[in-house]
Design a protein. Structure first.
Length: 118
């Protein structure tokens, strides 16, 4: 059974292509989140069998559209927020709010004592 046209993703994966992702970027985003969704800021919805908070990596600008696989372009978010970024009536505005949150987080991390802020 295929998804209705309105729900089909137009990503590279839907076309049968895959793009490699950097595991270090993924690990960084999970660590930065501290187990909380970086969109709604609620705790991850459950703990995985590996004893880790369940969050999904969301690229703020799709890699298939030229976005980088870098810490400033990813957010660790809960499944509900992840679906909202793609299918919500306010998807563009919601994604823009996450972009701002990640930029603010990255700026505050640069300013923490012991970091190499320049």
């Amino acid at each position: 059974m295929t998804a209705p046209p309105a729900l089909r993703r137009d990503s590279a994966i839907a076309e049968g292509k895959s793009r490699s992702r950097n595991d270090d970027v993924r690990a960084y985003a999970f660590a930065r989140s501290k187990g909380n969704c970086e969109a709604c800021e609620e705790p991850a919805p459950f703990i995985t069998q590996n004893d880790q908070p369940y969050l999904e990596i969301h690229h703020l600008q799709r890699v298939s559209s030229g976005g980088m696989d870098s810490p400033k372009n990813v957010a660790a978010i809960c499944p509900n927020c992840h679906r909202r970024t793609e299918y919500g009536a306010d998807a563009d505005e919601f994604n823009a709010s996450i972009v701002k949150k990640i930029a603010n987080k990255e700026m505050s991390l640069k300013c923490e004592p012991g970091t190499n802020a320049q």
